[in-house]
Design a protein. Structure first.
Length: 365
């Protein structure tokens, strides 16, 4: 072999080895001609307790599944039944058709209202189209509607603490036939214009916790000492429990992962709690959104899930972590929820399909 050709081959070999070394940088190192795996510290994963589905979400999904079992496809659902793409896609594949407006639904069709609730205008529109309506509104949301109507009947100005544009808030606004002011921050209290400062009441969006609303309520009470409102125990138990669990979780971790949809109010709030602790905190819809570079220098990861996120998504996230690190999993001590809401009477006796249950039931890591 000519000397020049030998040198070219050796140079090419060195270039390939250097390229290979660069490719495995961060997961290995070169020793001679061999790639040696770098030792990796085990990753500790702590799961929040509780996390994921709440009773209202479970009920809403159950309603769609049983309606499909009883009536067959298609079944129409106004708005996303809950804010989670995996749930919506799974139900769509089974025959649910999701629409934004009632006039998209064929006359007389089986139609389900989402867990967020709807306005009286939507209810009236459904009646005009002779739709066979099944209401999957969370019972805690329905309770807020009833409280608001009761205050309105007594002539109170009503302050709705919540996020304008959220489906639940839009539905609540349309359920209260009176003067309603929507605010979300304490400073907004100063600019409220009410008819009678002695007749003011407040209600809250259910996906806000006691911690989320306390400053606004304090500002309302300071300006309107006679204001009335629900007991703080009426605020959604699931929202409060999940936030309390994350507060405890954040004391023990280096990084927080929140599994949930980006349009989920309660999921975003869980992420914000992590940020308030000074932690890197990320909201991911599924394991595919997990950036493994986030784990550099991290020894302990906390994982929670919003109230609309199925446990399958949490377990898939753990599985992805195991592709790069040895993972040990433990669950934080916390509240064990045992809340169940009744189904609508027309579905109470319909068995839930076995394949439907299997889609959400997983073995823990």
């Amino acid at each position: 072999m000519p000397l020049s050709e030998s040198h070219e081959i050796k140079a090419e070999s060195r270039a390939l080895r250097q390229s290979w070394a660069r490719a495995v940088k961060g997961i290995g190192f070169m020793e001679g001609n061999a790639v040696m795996a770098e030792p990796r510290a085990a990753l500790k994963v702590i799961l929040a307790q509780p996390r994921g589905f709440c009773a209202g979400v479970e009920r809403a999904i159950d309603i769609v599944e049983r309606a499909l079992e009883k009536y067959g496809a298609p079944v129409y659902v106004r708005h996303e039944i809950v804010h989670n793409k995996r749930v919506v896609d799974t139900l769509r594949n089974r025959g649910a058709i999701f629409v934004e407006e009632i006039d998209e639904v064929p006359t007389g069709a089986v139609t389900i209202f989402s867990a967020h609730g709807v306005s009286q205008k939507v209810e009236s529109g459904a009646k005009l189209r002779d739709l066979d309506v099944i209401d999957a509104t969370c019972p805690l949301v329905t309770k807020v509607h009833k409280e608001g109507r009761r205050y309105a009947e007594k002539g109170y100005d009503i302050v709705l603490i919540g996020h304008l544009g959220h489906p639940e808030v839009e539905g609540t606004l349309g359920q209260i036939p009176g003067t309603v002011h929507v605010i979300s921050e304490p400073h907004e209290v100063e600019t409220l214009s009410v008819r009678d400062s002695q007749r003011v009441a407040f209600v809250t969006q259910t996906t806000l916790s006691v911690n989320d609303t306390k400053d606004v309520i304090a500002a309302l009470k300071a300006r309107f000492p006679a204001i009335i409102g629900p007991d703080t125990r009426d605020i959604c138990y699931a929202t409060q429990n999940r936030q309390t669990a994350v507060i405890e979780l954040c004391k023990q971790i280096d990084l927080l992962l929140v599994v949930g949809a980006h349009n989920s109010s309660n999921s975003n709030r869980l992420r914000e709690i992590g940020e308030n602790f000074g932690l890197p905190a990320y909201l991911i819809e599924d394991a595919g959104m997990l950036d493994l570079h986030w784990l550099e220098g991290v020894n302990t990861v906390g994982i929670t899930a919003g109230a609309s996120a199925p446990e399958t998504l949490v377990q898939e996230t753990i599985a992805k972590l195991r592709t790069i690190r040895t993972v040990g999993v433990e669950t934080l001590d916390g509240v064990r929820e045992n809340v169940h809401f009744k189904l609508p009477p027309e579905l109470a006796e319909v068995p839930r399909p076995k394949d439907a249950m299997d889609a959400w039931a997983v073995e823990p890591a």
